[in-house]
Design a protein around this ligand. Structure first.
Ligand code: AMP
Ligand code: MG
Length: 399
């Protein structure tokens, strides 16, 4: 068995960062910036009011209550072509530019207008700059708003558009194909015959890659037939940037995935010192990375988290592709036996009264017990030994 870190380093050394390109901002969610992004002008672009109210000269309202003469209204989007002179006020709406002469805003709640709208009474004094959002208060001209290697979240996309960057330099979105293998698999709402089970891995793996922002390509279900596996693998490697398979990588007699990939690819077959997900195949076919994950449903998902996710994150341009565990405590005993492996227990973790993640088994820990995976929100790392007792610290890989 090889240590987890060695297997993961091997995977990471076998994938390359994708090409840099330019993508329309609305297609950039989850992509990673390929260059620093800088603002050319200030945001906000001009001094504006944060409140509906009246633009005034602060000195005029120092002895409030006072009555000021109304000289106009400025809506959001309007040009501030009215000057506010001494003893005057301009009605102003949130987001509207500050008119020249005014240095403060009184919110509408502190005012009352005369019936003919000729004057406004201001009830309280306000300091200079009150409720004004100065130009450049959010972003200054030339400021790097985010550096290369930033994953674009909805807020990042908002910043891009606010500074006028509609085409964003990013690492290309990878296409990742997902294949299931196995004669026992069925993928339809039909009655199962004895010996058959339903294909769940393709559905979990496709949704895992899609949630990362990858283009997930459903490459279907392939039976345990050498020729069909060969054709599927060659086609997958040609049409995708990476391929994830599940099943057929362990020691079984009909594990043709292993035979075929050994022939057409440059693969390494590993036994990793982890439970679940001990068998792992990784390598390339025609230069395309292939992640050969184990077939058991929990194993395939754990293997995805430990190997495929970091590999794909590197391809997407993440500077730190390996997710960092968080420190929590065992909320109940999580015992195990010594077997030379690190165990990744499916746990439910929730913050306790001190705000510390407290984790306990989410259900049965068999590698076929997918319902516990669904009930979990983290994997608890239990190093080789006897496990964790209630209150012991545990490292959690949040899912
Ligand atoms: P294998 O690695 O092909 O020997 O498969 C190991 C176990 O995982 C067997 O019990 C398979 O039936 C099961 N398995 C393989 N592929 C899938 C899949 N796509 N969905 C659900 N279970 C699977
Ligand atoms: Mg199989």
């Amino acid at each position: 068995m090889i240590p987890l870190e060695d297997a993961r380093s091997f995977v990471l050394s076998g994938v390359e960062v994708g090409e840099a390109t330019t993508v329309p901002v609305d297609d950039c969610l989850h992509l990673v910036t390929a260059a620093d992004i800088a603002a050319t002008g200030p945001i906000p672009p001009f001094d504006n009011t944060a409140m509906d109210g009246f633009a005034v000269r602060s000195a005029d309202v120092a002895d409030a209550p006072v009555t000021l003469r109304m000289v106009g209204t400025i809506a959001a989007g309007a040009k501030p072509d009215i000057e506010v002179g001494p003893g005057e006020a301009v009605r102003i709406m949130t987001g509207a530019p500050m008119p020249p002469g005014a240095d403060s805003v009184v919110m509408v709640e502190l005012t009352s207008m005369s019936e003919d709208e000729g004057t406004v009474e201001v009830a309280q004094s306000v300091p200079v700059g009150n409720h004004i959002r100065p130009a450049g208060d959010d972003v200054t001209p030339g400021q790097t708003v985010f550096v290369a290697g930033t994953e674009l979240s909805p807020a990042h996309l908002g910043v891009c558009t606010s500074i006028g960057v509609y085409d964003v330099p990013v690492i290309r979105r990878p296409r990742v194909g997902v294949i299931s293998t196995g004669d026992e698999l069925v993928d339809a709402p039909v009655p199962l015959e004895v010996g058959q089970i339903r294909d769940s891995n393709r559905h979990t793996l496709l949704s895992l890659v899609r949630r990362m922002g990858v283009e997930g390509v459903d490459l279907g279900l392939v039976p345990d037939d050498e020729e069909q596996i060969r054709a599927a693998m060659v086609g997958a490697a040609e049409s995708c940037d990476a391929v994830i398979t599940s099943g057929g990588v362990s020691m079984g007699d009909f594990d043709y995935v292993k035979k075929v990939l050994s022939e057409i690819g440059d693969m390494r077959w590993m036994q990793v010192a982890i439970k679940p997900a001990k068998p792992l195949a990784f390598g390339t076919v025609g230069g395309t990375p292939i992640f050969g994950l184990p077939g058991n449903p929990v194993s395939s998902m754990v293997s995805f988290e430990l190997f495929a996710r970091p590999g794909i994150r590197k391809m997407m341009g993440h500077p730190d592709p390996v997710p960092t565990p968080v420190r929590g405590v065992a909320g109940a005993d999580m015992l195990r036996g010594s077997d030379g492996k690190t165990h990744f227990a499916r746990v439910h973790a929730k913050p306790n009264a001190d705000g510390v993640f407290e984790a306990s088994f989410a259900g049965g820990q068999g590698s076929h017990q997918l319902s516990a995976m669904a009930a979990s929100n983290a994997l608890a790392m239990l190093p080789d030994g006897t496990g964790a007792r209630v209150g012991d610290p545990v490292d959690l890989l949040l899912l």
